[in-house]
Design a protein around this ligand. Structure first.
Ligand code: F6R
Ligand code: ZN
Length: 199
């Protein structure tokens, strides 16, 4: 078989106390300092950051060529915790190639996927073990861990040519935030969200 042939391969999801993959190419760690301006309580953010630049989430990536036809896969692990009353979450992004979708399969934990289109339509879906979530083309997505003490672990698959646009969300935010109020999970309006007409 010629060397340039793409060979099929498989790997295992290792479900020990910390979920990992048997094979991966990249282990990304994102800490609090990477999330400036994303949490609504700026004072709580600065206070927590002064104490410790704690780890919010990790991603294990299985790399493939970043071209149409390929699929990129991996697991995303959002740790439990809050900044003020707002749960730990991923940065969130649109795919640069806006017409590309993504599938998430929840392996562990409890959380929400917060989604939004460039026009400002929003949607939220629950993530619990064994749930499969389809994020259609054009929807920005952010995972939020709403559990008290457990990691939120999801397996994801998306097209190789998707790319990531983080800048749009950094600039205008997500329309909805997920907070804890009186021991309940609540979805509230983001006071800093910029609607499409003023961007
Ligand atoms: C890839 C994807 C996930 C996220 C991961 C971390 O397109 O949606 O793999 O990359 O959950 O979140 P971000 O990338 O928003 O920091
Ligand atoms: Zn994505």
């Amino acid at each position: 078989m010629p060397e340039e042939i793409n060979r099929p391969f498989s790997f295992d999801v290792i479900r020990e106390e910390d979920v990992t993959l048997s094979t991966y190419d990249n282990h990304i760690k994102r800490s609090l300092s990477a999330m400036r301006n994303q949490y609504h309580d700026e004072q709580a953010y600065e206070t927590l950051l002064r104490e410790e630049d704690c780890m919010l989430y990790e991603v294990y990536e299985v790399k493939r060529p970043e071209i149409a036809g390929e699929l990129l896969q991996g697991i995303s692990i959002v740790h439990p915790g809050k900044v003020g009353d707002e749960y730990f979450m991923t940065k969130g992004h649109f795919h640069s190639e806006l017409g590309t979708a993504e599938v998430y399969y929840c392996l562990k934990g409890e959380g929400l996927m917060v989604m939004e289109t460039p026009e400002g339509y929003w949607a939220i879906e629950t993530l619990t073990p064994e749930k499969v979530l389809y994020v259609p083309p054009r929807w920005a997505h952010r995972s939020v861990n709403t559990s008290r003490d457990e990691d939120l672990v999801t397996f994801f698959v998306y097209p190789g040519n998707a790319g990531h646009d983080y800048g749009s969300i950094e600039k205008h935010g997500f329309r909805k935030l997920v907070v804890e109020r009186d021991d309940q999970i609540e979805v509230i309006d983001n006071p800093k969200w910029l609607p499409p007409e003023v961007r």
